[in-house]
Write a protein that binds this ligand. Structure first.
Ligand SMILES: NC(=O)C1=CN([C@@H]2O[C@H](COP(=O)(O)OP(=O)(O)OC[C@H]3O[C@@H](n4cnc5c(N)ncnc54)[C@H](O)[C@@H]3O)[C@@H](O)[C@H]2O)C=CC1
Ligand SMILES: O=C(CO)COP(=O)(O)O
Length: 333
C-alpha cells in the first residue's frame, strides 16, 4: 500500500483515484472547490462528475495542497495541460523529495510545445526516473464504474514503471509497462485532435467510411511526428496509440469527439466553450502539435486543418473538402 496524492478531483483524477484506492492505496484527492471536497468526504460521492458512484473507503479529499502532499510517495497530476506549469510552480515546494510524479494529462503546452513530462521535469527538477505517464483507452466514466480496461504506464526507468504498474493494477484496470514516454504522450495528445476531426465528420452527417479514413490517416500522422521525435512505432500500434484513438473516436463520452461534432454542426469554438466547463484538450493542443510538427519539418494536415476550424478560419465542410483534394501521394509517405 502506498500514499498517493491526486491533483485534481475532475473526471479523470477522480476515476484514476478510484483505481488506485481499489488497488489498495491510500488516496488523497486535491479538490479546487470546497463543495466538491465536502461531497467526497461527507457523501462519498463526487456529485459534479460521477453522481451516484460511491467512492471507495481508501479515498478522501482536501482543498489544501500541503495536506494532500504530506508523506505522498506518488503525485498524480490530472489538471488541464495548459494550467499545469502554473499549478506545479505552487505545489512543487511541498512535494516530498523522492516522490514519483504520474502524469495523466493528454496535451502539449502552447508556445513551448513541451509534453507534460517535460513541463514536470522543468518545473520540479525531477529526473526521468521520477516521472511516469499513464495513457490508454480510458474514458473516465467507464473506469469510474469499473468497466474492464487496459492502459500503459510509461517511465524511462523500467523499475519505476514496474512500481507504478503494480500501484494501479486493480480488479478492473490492467496496466501494461513501457519505457517509451514520448510515444505514449504524443499518442495521447494527438488522438484528441483526431477525435475532434472525427467528431466534425459525424456532425456533418458522414458515416463510417469517412470516420475510418480519418482515424487511419490520423494514426499515420501521429506516427510520422512521434517517430521523427524518437518514439517506438509499436507504441503507436498499442493502447496509448491505436487503442486510445479507437476509444475516443468511437465514443459519445469523448469530450473531444463531442466538441468536434458541435463544430461540424456549425457551432463556433466560443459557443461550444460556453456550453461546457470540461476540458477538450485537443481544441488547444491542435495548435501546439501543429507548431511541434512544423518545427520538426513533419507534414501534419489533420492538425493543420483542425486548428483552422477551431480558430474559425475555415468550416468543417471546407476541411473535409481540403483533405480529399490534397495532392495524391503514396500511402506510406
Ligand atoms: N476524462 C477522461 O476520460 C480522461 C482525461 N484525460 C486527461 O486528463 C486531463 C484532465 O482531464 P479531465 O479530468 O477529464 O478534465 P475535467 O474537466 O473533468 O477536470 C479538470 C480538473 O482540473 C481542475 N482545473 C481546471 N482548471 C484548473 C486550473 N486552472 N488550475 C487547477 N485545476 C484546474 C478542475 O477543477 C477539475 O477538477 C486532461 O489532460 C485529459 O486529456 C486522460 C484520460 C481520460
Ligand atoms: O482520453 C480519453 C480517453 O482515453 C478521454 O477523451 P476525451 O478527453 O475526449 O473525453
Amino acid at each position: 500500500m502506498a500514499r498517493v496524492a491526486v491533483f485534481s478531483a475532475g473526471s479523470w483524477g477522480t476515476a484514476f483515484g478510484i483505481v488506485l484506492a481499489d488497488a489498495g492505496n491510500e488516496v488523497t484527492l486535491w479538490a479546487r472547490r470546497e463543495d466538491v471536497c465536502a461531497n467526497i468526504n461527507d457523501k462519498r460521492e463526487n456529485t459534479d462528475y460521477f453522481p451516484g458512484v460511491e467512492l471507495p473507503e481508501g479515498m478522501r479529499a482536501t482543498t489544501d495542497p500541503a495536506e494532500a502532499l504530506a508523506g505522498a510517495e506518488y503525485v498524480v497530476l490530472s489538471v488541464p495541460s495548459q494550467s499545469l506549469r502554473e499549478n506545479l510552480a505552487q505545489w512543487a515546494p511541498l512535494v516530498p523529495e523522492d516522490a514519483v510524479f504520474i502524469s495523466l494529462m493528454k496535451g502539449v503546452e502552447l508556445g513551448t510545445t513541451k509534453r507534460m513530462s517535460e513541463v514536470i521535469a522543468e518545473v520540479t527538477g525531477a529526473g526521468p526516473e521520477r516521472i511516469a505517464v499513464v495513457s490508454g483507452p480510458n474514458l473516465a466514466k467507464e473506469i469510474a464504474v469499473r468497466e474492464p480496461a487496459a492502459s500503459v504506464v510509461a517511465c524511462a526507468d523500467d523499475t519505476v514503471a514496474h512500481r507504478v504498474q503494480e500501484l494501479c493494477h486493480s480488479r478492473a484496470f490492467r496496466p501494461y509497462r513501457s519505457t517509451d514516454v514520448l510515444g505514449c504522450e504524443l499518442g495521447g495528445a494527438y488522438k484528441n485532435v483526431v477525435g475532434l476531426c472525427v467528431g466534425m465528420a459525424v456532425g456533418l452527417g458522414f458515416g463510417d467510411n469517412t470516420t475510418a479514413s480519418v482515424i487511419t490517416r490520423g494514426l499515420a500522422e501521429t506516427a510520422r511526428l512521434a517517430m521523427k521525435l524518437g518514439a517506438d512505432p509499436l507504441t503507436l500500434m498499442g493502447l496509448a496509440g491505436l487503442g486510445d484513438l479507437v476509444a475516443t473516436c468511437s465514443s459519445p463520452l469523448s469530450r473531444n469527439r463531442t466538441f468536434g461534432e458541435k463544430l461540424g454542426q456549425g457551432m463556433s469554438t466560443d459557443e461550444i466553450y460556453a456550453t461546457t466547463k470540461q476540458v477538450a484538450e485537443g481544441a488547444k493542443s491542435c495548435s501546439s502539435i501543429l507548431d511541434l510538427a512544423r518545427r520538426n519539418g513533419v507534414d501534419a494536415p489533420i492538425a493543420e486543418h483542425v486548428d483552422a476550424v477551431v480558430r474559425g478560419e475555415i468550416s468543417a465542410r471546407e476541411m473535409m473538402d481540403a483533405f480529399i483534394s490534397r495532392q495524391t501521394k503514396a500511402e506510406r509517405d
